[in-house]
Design a protein around this ligand. Structure first.
Ligand code: ACO
Length: 374
């Protein structure tokens, strides 16, 4: 083993920290298991993408039906989990509630072994539990009891039904499904890497997902979709937005929903989602918000040549769908848990402990001074 710690890349920028067959992210393309994100966004359901990520191939009709049946069979939360959702203080952030909920659900998961099929069973449980947890917490906060899942709905539709107690419209279901497809996977991003580090110690699937949820929460990662909407909501007009953004950039302030560690020519997912900002704004008669959206985007580009990432259009799209902003990042979890679980399994079946080195910048070696002499 090399003792060299000379090559240091702050934030691990540009470092190849592992191999994966799950996803390819580069300037020209975003592929899930070899399939272009544009094709998946146009043609696939989230459930097909989740199957693809977990199993490596798109499902046949029979495989997809069985997969959906397995997820549906795991949607109901144990009573004790609902009790905890009721006990958590109202003001707790939804991402913290979700982190606790997934952790708690892990204690009810009877699969003991860490073989591939056992990990797949647990992955299905977490995929099913996340929307149920978000929906149940929303209902509890509203003074209501969680709803039982309604058989036959899609993953996106089921969430809308369990959260809001009504059947989804075709548009809501289609657009939520699209965002789930776009958010499902993205190579070695911070939360996925956290999940792989945790997995590499053989800690177990639920622990790794909990590590990933904690990592996604931050506004430099998944939390940016909520932060991006709250920026857009600050302004009543595009002129006001332009002025504020120019000032903020002059003071080196970060604009949430812009920039990306990997993409320099724009985020493929943001390009796919952006047309829905204008379409939904027209339908909701809130064109002025879309104008603010474009004004911020144009100003950031004019001043810094930085493109929006997927979180920028997504915050506004979720707002137009009527979702409360504190579930935006939890909805990201609902999608990304598919990618996390695929990485957890990939890491597990070809594992080596992830343990990098650091460059020491502390005091030189020195003599110990006894307490009485300090
Ligand atoms: N607003 C203003 N300036 C920015 C932004 C931004 N959002 N992002 C990067 N920059 C600027 C930096 O200030 C820096 O400028 P300088 O060279 O003049 O000092 C330059 O671009 C490089 O920025 P870094 O922060 O070094 O880029 P890094 O690769 O470390 O950061 C990150 C990537 C964290 C995503 C960053 O762009 C950011 O903070 N964006 C806002 C948060 C966000 O939208 N996160 C979501 C990411 S996508 C996702 O997780 C789904």
């Amino acid at each position: 083993m090399s003792e060299s710690v000379d090559t240091y890349h702050p934030g691990l920028e540009g470092v190849i920290a592992g191999e994966t067959a799950i996803c390819c992210v580069d300037q020209g393309r975003l592929l899930y298991r070899g399939y272009d994100i544009a094709d998946l966004a146009r043609h696939a359901s989230f459930e097909e993408c989740a199957f693809l990520l977990l199993h490596g191939e798109l499902p046949t009709t029979e495989q997809l039906a069985l997969f959906k049946q397995q997820i549906d069979g795991e949607r109901e939360l144990p009573g004790a989990v609902v009790d905890v959702l009721r006990a958590i203080p109202r003001q707790a952030p939804m991402m913290d509630v979700l982190r606790t909920g997934v952790s708690l659900c892990g204690n009810f998961s009877s699969a003991k072994s860490q073989g591939r099929s056992s990990l797949l069973t647990r992955a299905v449980r977490v995929l099913a539990a996340v929307p149920s947890l978000i929906a149940a917490r929303l209902r509890v906060l509203d003074g209501k009891w969680p709803l039982e899942p309604k058989p036959g709905l899609s993953h996106a539709g089921q969430f809308i039904y369990m959260a809001f107690g009504r059947e989804p419209t075709e548009l809501e279901e289609r657009v939520l499904n699209l965002t789930l497809v776009l958010y499902a996977e993205h190579e070695f991003n911070a939360s996925t890497f956290a999940a792989r580090v945790c997995t590499s110690t053989l800690s177990g699937l639920h622990s790794s997902v909990v590590a990933a949820i904690g990592t996604l929460k931050g506004p430099l990662h998944g939390g940016a979709n909520e932060a991006a909407l709250s920026l857009i909501e600050k302004f009543q007009s595009s002129a006001e937005a332009r002025r504020w953004v120019e000032e903020a950039l002059a003071h080196k302030q970060k604009i949430m929903g812009f920039g990306h560690r990997v993409y320099r020519n724009g985020d493929h997912r943001a390009f796919i989602l952006e047309p829905y900002v204008d379409e939904l704004a027209r339908m909701r008669n809130e064109q002025w918000r879309a104008e603010v959206y474009h004004a911020i985007k144009e100003t950031v580009w004019a001043k810094k040549q930085i493109h929006p990432n997927v979180d920028y259009p997504c915050g506004l799209v979720y707002h137009f769908l009527g979702f409360p902003s504190d579930i935006f990042t939890p909805l990201f979890v609902m999608a990304r848990v598919a990618g996390w679980c695929a990485h957890i399994i990939e890491q597990h079946v070809n594992n080596r402990l992830i343990r990098p080195r650091s460059r020491y910048t502390g005091a030189p070696a020195r003599a110990f001074v006894p307490l009485t002499e300090r």
